[in-house]
Design a protein around this ligand. Structure first.
Ligand SMILES: [Fe+2]
Ligand SMILES: [Fe+2]
Length: 342
């Protein structure tokens, strides 16, 4: 398969992907938890035009998010910056971050559209359609925020692009779930949570909170669907999924180094990346991004001893004992119900 390499001057990027198309002629609705999730999704739709107050002023030179969250904060490089340069760095840094959210949301939009086609279960197709709309709305709000409030844009970060390609070019539906619903959305939930809780701007806060309401449902969709798949998977299939999860985890950890920002600022990018890798606050933040992912991976049965050792090397194994939401209990109930009905 030939793949066009991403180039920012090329507005539309196209390449063929393998897809398995699945009709479902049974229209079964015995996956009650998925049907409930669908009802919730319909009930909780929101309109970004009316829900958010777009007239709120955004000053990208102000501390929209705390300066402390920058990898070079407090370092020698930071201390040499003038007040004007710090203002510019804030602008670049928040623009970079929100553009990556925007590109990630486009990836989610494309991935969920594929899921509707490839997943064999009718309930999941029906629920997935609501997520396609959710992701379109997320692209809408980040696009509008970036274009109206931040003035310029960053192209997709290479590691994020690689991760999205990994998900979108894999023909297996469960890999799309695993990559998008568990890994990318798990990471997004943690990153959005930090944004919502630390931003000083009410529009950015409300926008992030609204998106998060949807994302929580999306992670639940992934866990519910994959748990059923993984229970029936062979050892080899499980090992392949573990490798996919590990590869995605490495990519996600490495994309959070803001190299493009340091380059735009004309700073020593290698030194800034080194600082970002070693700053205690950034290390803590990177670790925290996995706090929602690792328990979900474990609950899918994808945390073998081999995987635990690799997660320990990444410094994220400690989250294995975190508790997830009530998805666990609900899913068990559903499993029991389905077995009784069979
Ligand atoms: Fe989203
Ligand atoms: Fe999502």
């Amino acid at each position: 398969m030939t793949m066009t390499h991403f180039h920012p001057k090329q507005p539309v990027e196209q390449f063929p992907v393998q897809q398995i198309l699945a009709y479902n002629w049974e229209y079964s609705s015995d996956r009650q938890r998925l049907m409930r999730l669908y009802e919730n999704a319909k009930r909780d739709q929101w309109n970004a035009t009316s829900r958010l107050d777009w007239s709120i002023d955004v000053d990208p030179h102000s501390e929209l998010v705390p300066d402390m969250a920058m990898g070079i904060y407090g370092s020698e490089i930071w201390n040499k910056l003038t007040a004007k340069e710090i203002e510019r760095l804030r602008h670049e840094s928040v623009t970079w971050q929100l553009c990556q959210f925007l590109h990630g949301e486009q990836g989610a939009l494309l991935a969920t559209a594929q899921i509707v086609d490839t997943v064999p279960w009718y309930e999941a197709k029906q629920y997935g359609a609501t997520q396609v709309m959710d992701e379109a709305r997320h692209v809408e709000v980040y696009r509008r925020f970036v274009q109206e409030k931040l003035e310029h844009e960053y192209p997709v970060n290479p590691e994020l692009k690689k991760l999205l390609d990994m998900i979108l070019t894999d023909s297996r539906w469960d890999m799309k779930f695993l990559g998008m619903q568990i890994m990318v959305e798990g990471l997004a939930l943690a990153a959005f949570g930090t944004m919502r809780d630390t931003t000083t701007n009410p529009l950015l806060r409300d926008l992030t909170a609204a998106v998060m309401e949807d994302e929580a449902r999306h992670v639940a969709f992934g866990v519910l669907s994959l748990r059923e798949f993984c229970q029936q998977a062979s050892d080899q299939e499980r090992a392949e999924r573990e490798d996919f999860v590990y590869e995605a985890a490495v990519l996600m950890r490495d994309r959070l180094l803001n190299r493009e920002v340091w380059e735009t600022m004309g700073l020593d990018a290698d030194a800034c990346v080194r600082l970002t890798l070693t700053s205690p606050l950034m290390m803590e933040f990177r670790r925290r991004l996995f706090s929602k992912i690792v328990p979900n991976v474990k609950s899918l049965g994808l945390l073998s001893d081999r995987q635990r050792a690799r997660f320990a090397d990444l410094g994220i194994l400690e989250f294995e004992d975190n508790t997830t939401s009530d998805i666990d209990q609900d899913a068990e109930e559903e499993q029991r119900r389905r077995q009784e009905a069979a």
